[in-house]
Design a protein around this ligand. Structure first.
Ligand code: BG6
Length: 498
């Protein structure tokens, strides 16, 4: 199954990058655009107009870009590509105090020799500025599609709850059609996420057992060794549930649980994801403690280094905001009836590991002392792999089995290693929004997590603490349906033992 794009088939276009001097642009967007250029994936006529608050000359901005590339590509890069890339770049100052800033931007963009007239706006700005920027663009006619296309990328988060997401949607759809809106969840740009659907549906081996008849439970987990870093204020107004579960983890779950789309068109894939997200049973708030769990990291040690706890970093001992969040979910459809999906995310755990772990039901033959259940695991990061644990006879005189692991790398030596943003930016220019979120997905995701976020916000009882660098808190066991179920500790052999 293949889908590749000929850069000649991409319309000449200009990418207008709002928030160009911010961290996302420096660390991800500019380097990704450069790599796309180096790989020959950008159309010949393609310009980048960086928009920032500061008055910066083009020369100074180009020098700044060079600094971004030097920092990212420490081993150096091709000079010819660099010169081609740098020639595409321009700068426009949009001082917040300047009432005519957008009119000036329009005048600037009108120079057709420099700027191809199909325009993609990437809003890497504060979420409160998404709607005002769209309104301003519309006000000066920069969203008018009469002769050329106009697309707008909205970074995460799209709202902070269902009501604010709907309000944002209402204000931007005054000026944009759904097909012009590209809502980011950067996990969808990861090759390993795209592989979930492909591995499931292109393998006859997997699809028939991917349901309630064979599966005992599913775990979808993302753990990080990193803490919240310098983002304490942002994080304390967000929490793990909104930061990771509402977006990345629920998308991973949708790809794990969805039905086969009727084809690979963006609409068909998204339709199946929406269906499954909407089939997730609302979390019973009346019995929250058996369905949702939160915790905060305390002082501890990560990779031999002592690190402070979340509350110390924040400087506020009263915060109940979680750095560890877990939910038990059920999908009410024929494929999944009764199968628990345990999903979790955590900062400062013992391991950085994103994976899907599926435990199968007990086998027909149970040897004395019990027989281990099969696991199938899809590693997302750091290793992209598929692993299967099966029972096998220990050679010798006795009838005894042990667990062996079949381990295959999805990524092989010499395979391209691309950043999620490369795929997302390329799709944006192609006009393919399958790797972006539809508003219905965003709404379904908020609808699911909102009641938990609200209940947790008003419950000021001290939150369970786990030492930084440790494994899952034992108390998270309360959300599991059965005594013999718990978080799989690692993807390695024996990783289900505690
Ligand atoms: C971001 C979250 O969306 O995703 C961060 O805001 C998180 O808190 C990050 O660390 C994880 O992304 P990745 O690609 O490093 O797994």
């Amino acid at each position: 199954m293949t889908k590749t794009t000929d850069p000649k088939k991409i319309d000449p276009c200009t990418l207008v990058l709002f928030g160009a001097s911010g961290n996302l642009s420096r660390v991800k967007l500019m380097p990704s655009l450069f790599r796309l250029d180096a790989a020959g994936r950008l159309p010949e006529q393609m310009a980048i107009l960086s928009v920032g608050r500061g008055e910066v000359t083009r020369e100074a901005w180009l020098a700044d870009i060079k600094g971004m590339l030097d920092a990212k590509f420490k081993k150096g890069y091709d000079q010819t590509v660099f010169e081609r890339f740098i020639a595409r770049n321009h700068y426009h100052a949009n001082a917040p105090t300047d009432a005519d800033a957008f009119t000036k931007m329009k005048a600037n963009l009108a120079d057709e020799k420099v700027f191809p007239q199909n325009l993609a706006y990437f809003l890497s700005v504060r979420p409160v500025d998404f709607a005002p920027v769209v309104e301003q663009l519309s006000g000066v006619g920069l969203l008018d599609e009469t002769n050329h296309w106009r697309r707008v990328v909205i970074e995460k988060p799209f709202g902070t709850d269902l009501a604010s997401a709907q309000a944002l949607q209402a204000s931007i759809t005054k000026h944009l059609k759904e097909s012009q809106i590209y809502r980011i969840d950067h996990y969808l740009g990861k090759s390993a996420l795209q592989n979930i659907m492909l591995q499931r549906f292109t393998n006859t081996l997997l699809e028939p057992i991917w349901n309630k008849d064979f599966i005992d439970h599913v775990q979808i987990t993302n753990t990080e060794m990193l803490g919240v870093g310098e983002r304490t204020q942002f994080y304390d107004s967000t929490g793990a549930l909104r930061d990771m579960i509402q977006s990345h983890i629920l998308q991973t779950m949708a790809l794990t649980a969805m039905e086969l789309p009727k084809d690979l068109s963006p609409d068909s894939i998204r339709a199946e994801k929406i269906k499954v997200l909407e089939a997730i049973r609302p979390i019973p708030v009346a019995d929250l403690k058996h369905n949702a769990f939160r915790a905060q990291y305390a002082t501890g040690e990560v990779q031999g280094e002592k690190v402070p706890g979340y509350l110390e970093e924040l400087g506020d001992k009263t915060s109940v905001v979680e750095t560890y969040a877990a939910l038990k979910l059920f999908v009410d459809n024929p494929r999944w009836q009764g199968v628990p999906f345990y999903i979790r995310t955590a900062k400062r755990l013992h391991d950085a590991d994103t994976r899907i772990s599926i435990r199968f039901k007990k086998s027909a033959l149970q040897l004395a002392g019990g027989t281990e259940q099969n696991w199938l695991m899809l590693g997302i990061q750091p290793r992209e792999c598929i692993k299967m644990e099966i029972q096998s006879k220990i050679p010798g005189l006795d009838i005894k089995t042990r667990t062996i692991q079949m381990d295959a790398a999805n990524r092989q030596d010499g395979d391209e290693s691309i950043d999620a943003y490369e795929a997302l930016l390329l799709n944006l220019m192609e006009g393919d929004n399958s790797l972006y979120l539809h508003i219905s997905e965003v709404e379904a995701q908020w609808r699911l997590v909102d009641p938990v976020v609200k209940a947790w916000a008003v419950d000021k009882a001290p939150v369970c603490q786990y030492p930084a660098g440790s494994a899952d808190p034992e108390t998270s066991k309360v959300i599991f349906e059965h005594e013999d179920q718990f978080w799989r500790y690692s993807i390695e052999l024996g990783g289900d033992k505690h």
